[in-house]
Write a protein that binds this ligand. Sequence first.
Ligand SMILES: *[C@@H]1O[C@H](CO)[C@@H](O)[C@H](O)[C@H]1NC(C)=O
Ligand SMILES: *[C@@H]1O[C@H](CO)[C@@H](O)[C@H](O)[C@H]1NC(C)=O
Ligand SMILES: *[C@@H]1O[C@H](CO)[C@@H](O)[C@H](O)[C@H]1NC(C)=O
Length: 300
Amino acid sequence: MYLAFSVLVLSLLGSGYGSAIPTEACKRTLYVEHTALIDIAEHHNCILQIETDQNHVLRFSLVNGEHFARAQEFVSIYDGIGDESPIIRPENQIRHEVGLKLTESVYTTKSVAHLRFKKKPNLSLKLKIEKAVYCPFNLGSESQCGRVVDANACYCATFTKRGQADHTTYCRDNGMKLLSIQTANEEEKLYAAWDTLVYFWTSASHNKTSGTWSWESTMANIYPGYANWAPFEPNNTLIDGTCMAIKNGWYDEPCINLYDAICELQPEDVPDSTTAASTTQSTTVEPTTVIFFSGNSNLH
Ligand SMILES: *[C@@H]1O[C@H](CO)[C@@H](O)[C@H](O)[C@H]1NC(C)=O
Ligand SMILES: *[C@@H]1O[C@H](CO)[C@@H](O)[C@H](O)[C@H]1NC(C)=O
Ligand SMILES: *[C@@H]1O[C@H](CO)[C@@H](O)[C@H](O)[C@H]1NC(C)=O
């Protein structure tokens, strides 16, 4: 009886191989709001569908920090849920022009993925799944993008000289926002990536009427908060239309000046075009029946 049952499940899996979700027997869905951890051994021979917010991507790494290739023996990650979804392999990952090398993780290009668990590891091997943003490879020849500050966000420098307002439009046209700086660490990493030789526009501007500096991208006032004015700066604030550019410190400059700029995209940025529909935490949606079976399946 047990043997017959196993064979039935295996054949269901076998015949379904190549389709999105081969069997209901062992199907689970995981919604990733921020981060989720899963133990590879617990999902042995199962298929897990992973989802995160629209317009985001998923990042997979091993909790112990090992190179992602270590996981490939036990689980295959597919970019998407359709039949044609390719397996994500570390060696095929797009390497960005600047920033972190990130050989320990892989990214999807979509907000959904599915995982086929193959071999059971003989020790605990935990997979970390995080909501990240897509990082464009090229926004044109005069740009450079990368995971400059952390593994889940993306920054792009553009070396075309434009006024601050035109750079705001340029970033938005590419699904990003003109830079807002939150911490000294973030600013230091930007200088490490792109040096301090020229001005880069940020989204900060001064409102002469209210007398306040704010980040246009995030609508947040700069004070109270992190600030890093260069000595004797700001010194232009009586002039109308003053914006803030960085060059190893902050400088207030007429917004019409033509400088380079940095665009950014953070996982928590909700794209303007979509309504924030996500209300869920990271949860595993348990199927009505979960059947674990013995023996090697023919999953690849
Ligand atoms: C686990 O498997 C690895 C090879 O994948 C082997 O080197 C190691 O000795 C095994 N450990 C145990 C406790 O069986
Ligand atoms: C500047 O501040 C004033 C007073 O708070 C406000 O009414 C106005 O809309 C602000 N201007 C801009 C461009 O945000
Ligand atoms: C503000 O300071 C910068 C140097 O930090 C200088 O080039 C600029 O002329 C100053 N602007 C005014 C209005 O004093």
